[in-house]
Design a protein around this ligand. Sequence first.
Ligand SMILES: C[S@@+](CC[C@H](N)C(=O)[O-])C[C@H]1O[C@@H](n2cnc3c(N)ncnc32)[C@H](O)[C@@H]1O
Length: 228
Amino acid sequence: MNSPQNSSPSPQTPGPAALPTRGRVLVHAAVIYDAVQPLVTLGQEARLNRWLAEQISLPDGEQVLDVGCGTGLLTVQIARGNPGLHVIGIDASRPMIDVANRKRSSSDCRFQQALGEDLPFPDSHFAMVTSALFFHHVDRDLKQQTLQEIYRVLKPGGELLIADMDKPYTLLGWAMSWTAWKLFRQPEIKENMDGVLREEIETAGFLNLTELSRFSGYIRVLHARRGS
Ligand SMILES: C[S@@+](CC[C@H](N)C(=O)[O-])C[C@H]1O[C@@H](n2cnc3c(N)ncnc32)[C@H](O)[C@@H]1O
């Protein structure tokens, strides 16, 4: 765990293209990510991010963290849909953070290169942590480490909102997940298809785990809380 820092805006630091992690960090994909993502989600990317942002109901001034933010598509949607909140997105990829900073940063929507499993924030800092399509990029142990880090930085009673690959619920969703698993040789995807994310969320200590919605045949939205 990094030593706690506050979450004030950090100037863009020249760092490695990818912070060291077992997670699958997207470096070269950053330049095409925004164009490709709507295709990967069968045209649902904007609807999914809007829907996620609409689930947030927090008092003004609260802080929200978006883990594995990529180019900041969800992060900015949260900030735009919830003026008054302070949103920060983190990703292990510097090119992703560069794109996010260039296209989407503002005083209430900031981006920082950091690892999900080693969050550079103090304990009990955020009212909510979100994450979209990140957890199928990390193996089971890293899923657990990241969830424990999220638990640590959440305030007591704080909310976890995850949209990710999970048990497919349509034939097309199953075919897409299976193809991605085989094509990218990514066992982390198979773990998600087997539903391990829910087990890991509960193992990390979260309470009241529920499925809020489903998208694109293979994405499920999970919500849970840190105990008070
Ligand atoms: C599929 S993208 C999702 C991006 C964004 N949340 C979205 O919905 O468009 C997954 C992201 O996770 C990042 N990532 C992979 N391992 C990571 C880690 N250990 N810590 C932080 N980010 C990581 C990748 O660099 C990539 O940008």
